[in-house]
Design a protein around this ligand. Sequence first.
Ligand SMILES: Nc1ncnc2c1ncn2[C@@H]1O[C@H](COP(=O)(O)OP(=O)(O)OP(=O)(O)O)[C@@H](O)[C@H]1O
Length: 633
Amino acid sequence: MSEQKKETLGFQTEVKQMLHLMVHSLYSNREIFLRELISNASDAIDKLKFEAIKKPELLSQDPHPSIRIGVDETAQTITISDDGIGMTREEVISHLGTIAKSGTKEFFANLSGDQKKDAQLIGQFGVGFYSSFIVADKVTVVTRKAGDPADSATLWESNGEGEFTVENTKRDHFGTDVILHIKSEDRDLVSKFRLRNILTKYSDHISTPILMGKDEYKDDKVVDTGEWEAINQGAALWARPKSEITEDQYKEFYHHVSHDPSDPLTWTHNKVEGKNEYIQLLYVPSAAPFDLWDREHVNGVKLYVKRVFIMDDASQLMPKYLRFIRGVIDSEDLPLNVSREILQQSRDLKTIRDGSTKRVLSMLEDLAASRAADYDKFWALFGNVLKEGMGEDPANRERIQKLLRFVSTATEGKQTATLEGYLARMKTGQNSIYYVTGDTPEAAAKSPLLELFKKKDVEVLLMGGPIDEWLMQFMTEFEGKSFVNISKGDLDLGDLSDKNEKEEKEKLQVEFKPLIDKFKEALGSSVQDVRMTLRLTDSPACIVNDENALNPAFVRMMKMAGQEVPESKPILELNPNNPLVARLQEKNAFSPDWAKLLLEQAQLMEGETLEDPAGFVQRMNTMLVDSMHAKGN
Ligand SMILES: Nc1ncnc2c1ncn2[C@@H]1O[C@H](COP(=O)(O)OP(=O)(O)OP(=O)(O)O)[C@@H](O)[C@H]1O
């Protein structure tokens, strides 16, 4: 044993913040400490079993590892012991003194100080071991790493107020004891009867036996028999027949695998038979995890092989666009004693991943078909992540497309339009799916380009934000109908156009040629072209883009991110039926400032920032003064 002194160390700042917040905000839910500690104990046993595949001697002391709950009414302590992997001194210091999750700093920076909201967030973040301090004013951990000698165990102790101590100690077996010195106000918990009640509520899905001291009635008194008895079935929940699992057990298992205190939105449980045999138990959460946008996040779906935990690297089991899925996959065929690296390249694992992806898509299809309100909830939480699938998973593109939801001119601001619904609402003669992009769907809804579509009562999808810009690259067609961006090119409405529209448009270009020329001269190189349009009904002008140009919203986004983007000049289109434009046709009515103003107005309507805002205001004011003079004010 390396002789090491007792050390006093400080918690990482985030741990201090968490301890403070947790004790205050989670007190009403104080029983969660038991769930968290049992989860840790069961994970530790899973890890030991995995290590024991290569080193079977690790299981020789305790061939059937268990979790034991001890209650000492005299000392007012509750002890959770496990025969798991244990921790070295260094591991104790880092695991029980810091929070290793990615995004921790950002998470704490985002807390609002509103207790209710923060309590919910911290629940999602996962309080883990630190939840001990909700009910304990001192916690002692005695742990021995599997494989280490008995006298190199570690004793960790803290009162949860900023510091902890570590020192060497002895422990007969591998594993960990967590001893909670219960606060005086929580002494009601120091009762086998109480704990048994809590545990039966949420430990039945745990695949490790949980034992408590067996009591007996003797002479009307409860006495401890000195024996242990199991209080759960101790068999993996997912391996049991569906018919034997209650809804509550499914939910409890979800809390266990996901560390999410809220109930799941839905789940799917299947035994896949055939060439590859495996069981899937996969859940859709009802709350977004705090690190949803961390594409490198792991830990969503755990892989087991014949009930032995192998890894929780979700990227091997689920595509990234389904990273919100939680649960377990248990294979009958994968080899147990194989390195994780080789496993990751296994073709069987790929088959499991493809099968599970399809299963998740079916689960979402069912949710959409049978519980529309819950699907809307799902969409609000995870829709933007699912969209990534359009790029990431070409094989399932069609199915993903059907799961997409959009805001459209027919949904009153709600993200409820499906592509199938759009097709059903298409007008006779309509051959394309029309969309317009803006910084947000609300901004897109204000585009003057929609005027003609409103007049013809044709639905347009309102796309907003960078993800939608990206998404549209993959949306070339849906069930034979192509997607058409209404802000691009010389919009051809095909059979939707009125009979003479084309001719009329050509006539207009001739009729208004003098005005068009004046505009071109005044605007010079700031536009690519000026032409008359029939796509506006109210606004005097709009800007559209060349067929090949990047979308303006995308260009704005790239510029904001400091990226160089090829400049493409807009095309200014004028509405001949607008009184202002009609008036400019008249003798002496035009001045170059009018041309500039109309272009600037159209740019503002598109959500663009003006190159020369001061010039715009000046021009506007000059026009106002002129019009006052004209009215004789
Ligand atoms: N009983 C135990 N045996 C072995 N290691 C443990 C035990 N309890 C905790 N640990 C170690 O301490 C780490 C931190 O535990 P903690 O409960 O705070 O977080 P977690 O389990 O990683 O995640 P979560 O916050 O989601 O519960 C664990 O990841 C594990 O490595």
